[in-house]
Design a binder for this molecule. Structure first.
Ligand code: NA7
Length: 488
């Protein structure tokens, strides 16, 4: 490709959430033109969608930030959602990304038309041809509303936690929350003072680690501002704790760490839940770390408030007046909040992606979502994923994960933009061999050995996450191994 071609080379980025914004920054630095298509009317992805009371990230703020945009201003060790959303929006504005975002333009179809080119269609119509497509569509965007009998017959108000209805006041209302994940355990303490009563419908208890969420005093922020090295040291410390030691404990590479985590969770339960019967009902039967660990110093005090009730009988149906459980009780409610999570296997969906020979990614992934090292799929040249299948998922920084993938994908895109190749896709053999390795390694992770189910599993029992250490992830994606790609 000549330099004149490079000038006309352009990339379609799908999604202007945390990973889409970072992708744009990397492409911009590489001098590659791009357009970001965003379905919603604002940037920020999950931090735009989720506005429920009590929401903060369960990864420390000084770890949950881009490498290229340290932030001295975080208000808390785990800062609230609005601040995180403002951070992403601020980065997009400051680095000139926002002007390249096409809002309210949901990609409905991406079709490979040959000779390295993709045609993109959005809800606004035909967007023309692009030389590469990067799907930065996030992991937790497709909400799950469980199919409970009578769900829609409820006479009060109900909504999913990620579509919080701020028009409904909860003051003096009887509120039911379904679920006990990170979301439910953040909502309950945030509303307990305001509501008449709150009933938490628990299917499975959770292990909770007691971590306070301290504010950063002004002098600390000033120190971060004046001496950025202090922030860098804090980042390194948190990275070592979460992305290295904690991540390793989940995949069978730090058994002492896993045991320490289990001990801390049990101690939290013993120290902070006083009634033995409630403690028993809140005690999980699986190993700590099997489900995503909950970080909270507020949930146990809140569930012991006189107007909070733990309901652990199975939900049998929803009726106009409330939720009926298997013990025959009707729990009368005014509002039901579904804190029932997301489908992490939705990836780019509902968009249709059609690769070589007219094969759609939906067909290709009918049985299981398999990719080459989380970033690409054979038969889909010049299509790359950020946060794709088997990306590391857990209580560590998705932003760091995303940046590792973005750096790798940018190298491949630069090869295309520089005219070294017109098409790049992983080979079938390399993809199969990678997935066979994943299948073996996953057996040694606590997600499998820990005796629980979680959103980390698909219906075939495939685990969504990375079954090795973070170190291996970074090493694997340091540099493309071109012998594992077909490049034309
Ligand atoms: P999660 O962690 O997927 O939790 C969903 C919760 O909803 C979990 O406790 C489920 O119970 C429960 N659930 C789901 N369906 C039902 C039905 N039908 N009946 C009763 N309970 C149900 O979602 P979150 O939103 O809390 O967190 C998602 C991620 O966002 C989190 O990991 C952080 O990264 C941020 P189960 O445990 O399956 O028995």
């Amino acid at each position: 490709m000549t330099s004149a071609n490079k000038a006309s080379f352009r990339v379609a980025v799908i999604g202007a959430g945390a990973s889409g914004i970072a992708t744009a920054v990397y492409l911009q630095r590489a001098g590659v033109a791009f357009t970001i298509f965003e379905r919603a009317g604002d940037v920020g992805g999950t931090w735009r969608d989720n506005t429920y009371p009590g929401l903060s990230c369960d990864v420390p703020s000084h770890l949950y930030r881009y490498s290229f945009a340290p932030n001295a201003e975080w208000s808390h060790e785990y800062s609230p959602a609005a601040e995180i959303h403002a951070y992403f929006r601020g980065v997009a504005e400051r680095l000139g990304i926002i002007d390249k975002v096409r809002l309210s333009s949901e990609v409905t179809r991406a079709e490979f038309v040959g000779d390295g080119m993709w045609r993109i269609t959005t809800t606004q119509g035909d967007e023309g041809l692009f030389n590469a497509v990067i799907a930065a569509t996030g992991v937790l965007h497709k909400l799950v509303l469980p199919d409970i009998e009578g769900r829609d017959s409820f006479a009060g108000t109900f909504f999913h936690s990620s579509r919080w209805n701020h028009e409904v006041s909860l003051a003096n209302k009887r509120v039911g929350i379904i679920g006990t994940g990170s979301t439910a355990t953040q909502i309950l303490p945030a509303i307990v003072d305001e509501v008449a009563s709150v009933s938490l419908f628990q299917r499975t208890p959770q292990w909770i680690v007691n971590v306070p969420n301290n504010p950063f005093p002004e002098e600390k922020k000033r120190a971060f501002r004046d001496e950025p090295q202090k922030m860098a040291e804090l980042y390194d410390h948190l990275n070592n704790l979460f992305n290295q030691r904690f991540a390793a404990s989940l995949v069978g590479e730090n058994d002492a760490g896993l045991a320490e985590m289990a001990r801390a969770c049990r101690q939290n339960l013993e120290d902070n839940v006083h009634d033995p019967d409630l403690r028993r009902r809140l005690t999980p039967s699986y190993q700590a770390g099997c489900k995503r660990l909950i970080v909270s110093d507020k949930f146990y005090p809140a569930i012991q408030r006189p107007n909070a009730h733990l309901v652990d009988a199975k939900i049998t149906q929803i009726e106009p007046a409330g939720i009926r459980t298997a013990d025959g009780l009707l729990h009368e409610l005014d509002v039901i909040v579904y804190a029932t999570g997301f489908d992490p296997f939705a990836f780019f969906r509902p968009a249709v992606i059609v690769g070589r020979d007219g094969v759609s990614l939906n067909e290709r992934w009918k049985e299981s979502c398999q990719a080459y090292r989380s970033v690409a799929v054979p038969g889909f040249p010049n299509l790359f994923f950020i946060g794709g299948p088997n990306s590391p998922i857990g209580n560590f920084s998705f932003l760091r994960t995303a940046e590792v993938q973005i750096g790798y994908v940018t190298r491949l895109v630069e090869m295309l933009a520089d005219g070294m190749h017109r098409e790049i896709e992983p080979t079938q053999e390399a993809t199969e061999s990678f997935n066979a390795e994943v299948e073996q390694a996953i057996k040694h992770t606590v997600w499998v050995t820990g005796g629980c189910t979680s959103w980390y599993f698909d219906k075939q029992g495939k685990v969504v996450s990375w079954p090795w250490s973070y170190g291996r992830f970074e090493a694997d994606l340091k540099q493309p191994r071109m012998e594992e790609f077909k490049a034309a």
